[in-house]
Design a protein around this ligand. Structure first.
Ligand SMILES: Cc1ncc(COP(=O)(O)O)c(C=O)c1O
Length: 414
């Protein structure tokens, strides 16, 4: 009998379906809210809409702009809707991308090429970023041979604008603020960063990959959310992920620029090969039509009122969880995050051991390294888990207090 993975004769669908289901056995039970992130589930209704829209355009490829004007149109409308949500006017330009990482990659590359064309630097171009910035900036800099200058954050975990000002020199091409940061969920002071960027004539990118599509609706409910979008003078570009709190299908994000003068430096064109002109606006070649159609559909389906309702559900889940965590004396909430992403730690216990005790109870704990904390990135789905989570958390804390559970190194992985 052959051990080959690739079969000589194809399998029938029932056998394939059975295998697909069985592969899931070891996966986290996200449907009951046991994953702290990764799944952005709003409701069965939203899921149905995104699935149906995705399937309508499953085969189409946005690389073929001449072949599929439908996708060109939907992408342009998604960009327009994102610009409206993010305080932009008619001059905002941008694209859909495969995710936050690609959006960030493009923002960095476009800032570099804009600067090369307008005011070239003499040394290695550098990016001045708060320590809380996402690894994607380091990844982009690594790929493009740029330097990253991380600047420690303030005691409230927000960007320290004075310290960032000190880190800027003649070779700085890019300044970052997050809305909010992934690690502790707090918004950087984007208005202060905007002032700095204008004074020093620098590119300010706002990483709204997490907050972009939900924060305006959280604010509309009356929660304090600081200004972070194109309404802030000095903001040059914004990344905002549709496949996170936009509740669209993966892979989907947006990268937006204040105007054409900046956007012009994003695309890539090449013609020195047998096939003639190759011209793409983003990093990838083939782009899934389904992801574009699903994003367009979910934005139209939910509208502002739909997102407000999802924001309300997220903030309600957050309030219930935070009240339960506050009621456990060994635990404390960290910082003052604005939306449904927050961390808690412990002054008296090893929080990683608490995470280990939670993972033994079937939860996948999100781990923050510095400060050590458990990290939660909430979506409406998490409403189903609050009571079970808090009950297990009480037991987990007790197990660690009594010395019955200690952290395993594996629990530290992102
Ligand atoms: C603030 C922030 N920026 C960028 C990213 C990268 O997004 P993606 O994983 O979609 O590439 C993330 C992912 O969590 C994020 O939280």
């Amino acid at each position: 009998m052959s051990n080959a993975m690739f079969p000589e004769s194809g399998l029938e669908w029932p056998e394939i379906e059975k295998a697909l289901h069985s592969f899931r056995d070891a996966d986290v039970d996200w449907r009951h809210g046991r994953a702290p992130m990764y799944i952005f589930w709003a409701s069965e209704e939203v899921l149905e809409v995104t699935k149906k829209a995705y399937m309508e355009y499953f085969s189409e490829n946005a690389l073929g702009a001449r072949a599929f004007p439908s996708l060109v149109r939907m992408e342009a409308e998604v960009v327009r809707m994102a610009a409206e949500i993010l305080g932009g006017d008619e001059s905002v330009r941008g694209n859909m991308t495969s995710g936050g990482t690609e959006s960030i990659f493009l923002a960095v590359k476009t800032a570099r090429d804009y600067r090369r064309a307008t005011r070239p630097v003499r040394g290695t171009p550098n990016l001045v970023v708060p320590y809380s910035g996402h690894p994607a900036y380091y990844k982009a800099a690594h790929y493009m041979d740029l330097e990253v200058r991380p600047v420690p954050t303030r005691d409230d975990f927000r960007a320290d604008v004075d310290a960032m000002a000190d880190a800027i020199d003649d070779d700085t091409i890019f300044v970052l603020g997050s809305a909010p940061s992934f690690s502790l969920g707090v918004f950087d002071p984007i208005e202060d960063l905007g002032r700095l960027a204008r004074e020093r004539d620098l590119w300010l990118h706002v990483d709204a990959c997490v907050g972009g599509f939900i924060a305006p609706h959280v604010r509309a409910l009356g929660y304090p959310v600081p200004a972070y979008d194109f309404s802030v003078p000095g903001v040059t570009s914004i990344s905002a992920d549709l496949h996170k709190l936009g509740f669209a299908a993966k892979p989907a994000s947006t990268i937006l620029y204040r105007d054409e003068a900046h956007y012009r430096h994003q695309g890539y064109e090449f013609d020195a090969w047998p096939r003639g002109v190759y011209k793409v606006p983003t990093f990838t070649g083939t782009r899934p039509g389904g992801a574009i159609a699903a994003a367009w559909a979910v934005l139209k389906f939910l509208g502002a009122a739909g997102y407000r309702e999802l924001a309300r559900q997220i903030m309600d889940v957050r309030a219930r969880l935070q009240a339960g965590i506050r009621a456990i004396p060994e635990l404390e909430l960290i910082g003052d995050p604005e939306i449904g992403l927050f961390c808690y730690g412990s002054p008296s216990l090893d929080i990683r051991s608490v995470a280990e005790a939670m993972s033994r109870r079937g939860w996948l704990p999100g781990i923050n390294a510095d400060p050590p904390a458990i990290h939660l990135f909430l979506v409406p789905l998490h409403a189903v888990m609050v009571d079970d989570y808090l009950a297990d958390l009480g037991v987990a804390v007790e197990e660690v207090r009594s010395g019955r559970v200690a952290a395993k190194p594996a629990a530290l992985v992102y």
